[in-house]
Design a protein around this ligand. Structure first.
Ligand code: SF4
Ligand code: SF4
Length: 438
């Protein structure tokens, strides 16, 4: 199965084995065994749902420490549009971007600007007749991974364009190297992320050197630094590059609204995304041409590494959107400006980790056994066995990772049977031995 890097990790010390997380995981990637949670790496899509629900903060997302910026001579920050919603609306976008320079960056390139480039490329793609529709956005790496592990038949529908984060890093590096005559290897590009899935997507590409991002810092980790710098800004620089269409990507529906089609569907929240992907798989959304699917409720503003409540952040972002709209922005200019190739690097591979066996005949046999075991389980989905459902326990048993007696009802039945057998045994004791014992 290969190795998997995951931003989402477990702090075993903090885990109390409460099982709260197992039912929220969209890919049934968590089991609780011996009173500790365990993540099945191949299944985890880094959606961060378990981080949100753990009452003991035992699930955490690993991102880069701020110090990583010091490993490069020229430091460029690429902030996610969701960053703007984290601060009070009295701070303009230029104010926030200037504060980013104060905390240690030489230059800023807005991911919102790159989002406009991706929108422009997607509009062109939509007009092509040889693409499989509905096209599914590739902007959310958790959704892309979900499709890889659970809905491989929909891989063809994924928009094969780089995400705004990768486009921003690529364009920033190219432009700065050329305009400032700096060697590309001296330029470090750092993404300020609202989610764990983007950390994973960058790190997973390090192995083949296909990411242009040199470090991923979480909004949570850098928030206080920016907040204290906002008060230190004396001259607000004019650093804004993006228009409202790019900033709008932070909200669910923002990407779709830039596509000049009414035949789109925007869905947010990983469990809602699953419902919609099932509809697509069953050919029930033939009238839809584009699907924007985001793992977090509310879109990236609701990412697990943000600091502000998603609805508060939405209200704050609206001020920035209104300001950008008032300024006016001609997004379509980008179509002339950027003819660069932003096609996705590498293939989106199928990762059939939910399959019982790669051999179809063996998989069918195992499925039969699984159904038989499942029928014998109580069907309460209580989670006491450490699996998210009775069916998941049946699957674990078939895979050789659990026993029937992990189910407390089955265990009780077994104990009862043993008690009856012992009583029967006692009744059968030879009289001489019986006396000895008495
Ligand atoms: S929610 Fe999951 S990770 Fe958190 S304490 Fe409970 S079992 Fe452990
Ligand atoms: S990050 Fe998402 S997929 Fe991974 S273990 Fe947590 S809930 Fe499951």
């Amino acid at each position: 199965m290969g190795t998997y890097f995951h931003s989402v990790n477990l702090d075993e010390e903090k885990c109390r084995g409460c099982t709260n997380c197992i039912k929220r995981c969209p890919t049934e990637a968590i089991r609780v065994r011996k009173s500790k949670a365990r993540i099945i790496n191949e299944r985890c899509i880094d959606c961060g749902e378990c981080i949100r629900v753990c009452p003991y903060h035992a699930k955490k997302a690993i991102s880069d420490p701020f110090d990583i910026v010091n490993t490069f001579k020229y430091k460029v920050v690429i902030p996610a549009p969701s960053l703007y919603g984290q601060f009070k609306a009295v701070y303009s976008r230029n104010h926030i971007l200037t504060a980013l320079k104060i905390i240690g960056f030489d230059e800023v390139y807005e991911v919102a600007k790159a989002a406009e480039i991706v929108s422009s490329a997607t509009r062109k793609l939509m007009k092509k007749s040889d693409v499989k529709k509905p096209l599914i956005s590739s902007a959310c790496p958790a959704v892309v991974k979900l499709i890889q592990v659970r809905y491989p038949s929909l891989i063809e529908n994924i928009v094969k364009l780089e995400s705004p984060m990768e486009v921003a890093a690529k364009v920033a590096k190219m432009e700065i190297a050329e305009s400032k005559n700096i060697a590309p290897e001296d330029i470090g590009v750092f993404f300020i992320t609202p989610c764990a899935a983007k950390v994973t997507s960058v790190k997973a590409r390090y192995e083949n050197g296909s990411s242009f991002v040199d470090g991923v810092i979480s909004i949570k980790d850098v928030y206080l630094k920016i907040l204290s710098s906002l008060g230190k800004v004396r001259n607000i620089e004019d650093l804004e590059q993006a228009g409202f269409e790019g900033i709008r990507w932070a909200n669910s529906g923002g990407e779709s609204l830039a596509l000049e089609t009414e035949k789109f569907l925007a869905v947010d929240g990983i469990h809602n995304v699953i419902t919609i992907l099932e509809e697509v798989e069953n050919d029930r959304l033939e009238d839809v041409e584009f699907i924007e699917a985001l793992s977090c409720v509310g879109g990236c503003l609701g990412g697990p590494l943000t600091v502000e409540n998603v609805y508060v952040a939405k209200t704050r972002l609206k001020k920035h959107l209104d300001a950008a709209k008032a300024k006016g922005s001609d997004v379509h200019e980008d179509e002339k400006e950027y003819s660069g190739d932003f096609a996705l690097t590498g293939n989106v591979e199928c990762k059939p980790v939910m399959k019982l066996d790669i051999d179809l005949a063996k998989a069918m046999k195992k499925l039969e056994t699984l159904e038989l075991i499942n029928k014998e389980l109580p069907g309460l989905d209580c989670g006491a066995c450490g699996a998210p459902s009775c069916r998941a326990l049946a699957e674990d048993i078939v895979r050789g990772n659990a026993n029937e007696t992990d189910c407390i009802f089955k265990l009780r039945e077994k104990v009862r049977q043993l008690a009856v057998q012992m009583m029967e045994l006692e009744a059968k004791m030879p009289p001489v031995l019986d006396k000895g014992i008495g």
